[in-house]
Write a protein that binds this ligand. Structure first.
Ligand code: ATP
Ligand code: MG
Length: 561
């Protein structure tokens, strides 16, 4: 594993430390990350990845990647591939330990037959609807199915015929014979197997009965000798069944335990694959890797780094109480990471032309610009200065209020690393829109510093007009306008909270050094934010995604306390 141990204490660590101290599992720690390959991984999965792989790393154990592929109708190879890519991108390595629940179909089936033989499971022929009715409610006990007392022979025969494809979907299921009056509804004769005549991405058409999650997961954990099976809180009630299944097979080589932690909820975001699939299928986003998606591949394309996401997961910690994490914290982690690593370049997003009236026509000066103000090791590049260049429209005001330190008539400002300029004239079109700003430069301020010590307050970024490259810049805003899109008023769904302005595409003027920049590289556009080059880029037209702006609302809040 490539990431260093920086983990903060949490209740699961405490449990593991106690287990090691007590000599449980011979001091061994085995965890697993068990995604169902029915979608791309999202930032919630990152929390689980960091936790499971992080524990294995810190306790010298192993973390398996296990595809929980028991539902053939929803699972696809595309998802398996993307999940592996994303786990690796996060900086973790499962080594040899990649498994599929479907690898265990034979063993799981053999154990199910054993349950039947021991009178602990039966074939039920009620319909799904009847099974629901018989189950009872939280306040009322369930009642036994009329098929519950079938003989072992009849159950074995029916289960074999289920397996052989003699019955249609939904006609029979295999259920554990536990207790229809159990206070925990999960224990009211849970379904272990169902008929699903569907092609499976790994096992093809070999099977037409598929084991349920609650039966599969605990046994897969035991087959792999997982010691600590960590899942999210919604499985708390299932723990009793987890233990029940394992208790039926005392001869299994290992006895894993399940522990639950609170899932990540992130503001202005949905983190449920079911909902993310809807966004993709209904084309409300461009796909799973749309930079607005909370998927790891979306974040990657947007310009997030694994370092930032790991830092985020570390800071949010692991607890047992559900809460909502402010997305501003995630953005803050990205800024912190890229601040150290992203080279600074100049780009103008909303350009207005400036002409230096006293600068010789046709002349070009190449100025050495460092890539990072504090980190010399990042080197420098040459940036051209000439008579005409662009600045941001917002960096000029004809009638500025007090304390406006940018350009305005008669005012002097600094051009980053170039010269001091003073505005001498403004050209406007018939609507009053500024089309050109005329300035004069002071040749004695080369490099952006005045020989006579004269100070200016404003420093502007700029791009030489004749050298500028037109770049497509995709500006992203939050995908949802509501802090919690999962919690909508009556009659509305999370889709009603979609932000219609989550993507704005503009053409910016960027400095020519960016011509050779590679897809996936990160840049700070001075004074604007952090950007990443999109795979849609071409040599003719680079495409930049704005990962995050520079204004850090999290740091501000943290300061206020
Ligand atoms: P979703 O609810 O988004 O469909 P899931 O739990 O069905 O997610 P799985 O593929 O089954 O997705 O999840 C793999 C692992 O990731 C599980 O251990 C699950 O508990 C964990 N996980 C999923 N979502 C989150 C989350 N929001 N926060 C923390 N862990 C999560
Ligand atoms: Mg799931």
């Amino acid at each position: 594993m490539t990431t260093e141990n920086t983990s903060a204490p949490n209740f699961i660590r405490t449990i593991i430390e106690a287990d090691i101290a007590a000599g449980k599992n011979d001091g061994r720690v085995g965890t697993r990350f068990p995604p169902e390959p029915n979608g791309y991984l999202h930032i919630g999965h990152a929390k689980s990845i960091c936790l499971n792989f992080g524990l294995a790393r810190d306790f010298g154990g192993t973390c398996n990647l296990r595809f929980d592929d028991t539902n053939p109708t929803k699972e696809e190879v595309e998802y398996v591939d993307s999940i592996q890519e994303d786990v690796r991108w996060m900086g973790f390595d499962w080594g040899e330990n990649r498994f599929y629940a479907s690898n265990y179909f034979e063993r799981l089936h053999a154990l199910a037959v054993r349950l039947i033989e021991e009178g602990k499971a039966y074939v039920d022929s009620l319909s799904a609807e009847e099974i629901r009715q018989y189950r009872g409610t939280l306040t009322e006990p369930g009642k036994n199915s009329p098929y519950r007392d079938r003989s072992v022979e009849e159950n074995l025969d029916l289960f074999t015929r289920m397996k052989n494809g003699e019955f249609e979907d939904g006609t029979h299921v295999l259920r554990a014979k536990i207790d229809m009056t159990a206070p925990n509804m999960v224990m009211r004769d849970p379904t272990l197997y169902r008929i699903r005549k569907a092609h499976h991405h790994k096992t093809g058409d070999t099977w037409c009965i598929y084991p349920m999650y609650d039966y599969t997961h605990c046994l897969s954990d035991a087959f792999e000798c997982i010691t600590h099976s960590i899942c999210t809180l919604e499985f708390e009630n299932n723990r009793e069944l987890y233990d029940w299944v394992l208790d039926q097979f005392p001869d299994l080589p290992c006895r894993p335990r399940q522990y639950e932690f609170a899932r990540l909820n992130l503001s202005y975001t949905v983190l449920s694959k079911r909902k993310l699939i809807q966004l993709v299928e209904e084309k409300l986003v461009s796909g799973w890797t749309d930079p607005r998606m909370p998927t790891l591949s979306g974040f990657r394309r947007r310009g997030y780094t694994p370092e930032a996401i790991r830092d985020f997961c570390e800071r949010i910690g692991v607890a047992r109480a559900d809460n909502m994490v402010d997305i501003a914290l995630l953005e803050h982690c990205l800024r912190e990471d890229l601040n150290n690593r992203a080279p600074r370049v100049m780009a103008v997003q909303d350009p207005v032309k400036v002409v230096v009236m006293n600068y010789p026509e046709g002349e070009v000066e190449w100025i050495d610009f460092p890539y990072h103000p504090e980190d010399e090791s990042m080197g420098s590049r040459q940036v051209p200065f000439s008579r005409e260049f662009y600045i941001e429209r917002a960096d000029f005001m004809e009638n500025p209020p007090k304390k406006y330190f940018r350009l305005s008539p008669g005012k002097e400002v600094r051009l980053r690393y170039a010269y001091y300029i003073t505005c001498v004239d403004v050209i406007k079109d018939s609507d009053g829109t500024v089309t050109e700003i005329h300035v004069e430069y002071d040749p004695k301020t080369k490099g952006g510093w005045s020989e006579d010590g004269r100070k200016v307050k404003g420093t502007l970024h700029w791009v030489s007009a004749q050298h500028a490259i037109d770049a497509e810049v995709r500006l992203y805003d939050r995908l949802f306008t509501k802090e919690n899109p999962n919690d909508m008023e009556e009659g509305k769904t999370f889709k009603d909270a979609l932000n219609p302005d989550s993507l704005t595409v503009i053409t910016a003027k960027v400095e020519p050094s960016l011509k050779t920049a590679e897809v996936g590289t990160h840049w700070q556009f001075e004074r604007l934010g952090y950007y990443c080059i999109d795979p849609d880029s071409t040599p003719e037209k680079p495409v930049f995604n704005r990962a995050v702006g520079l204004r850090d609302s999290w740091a501000k809040k943290a300061k206020k306390g």
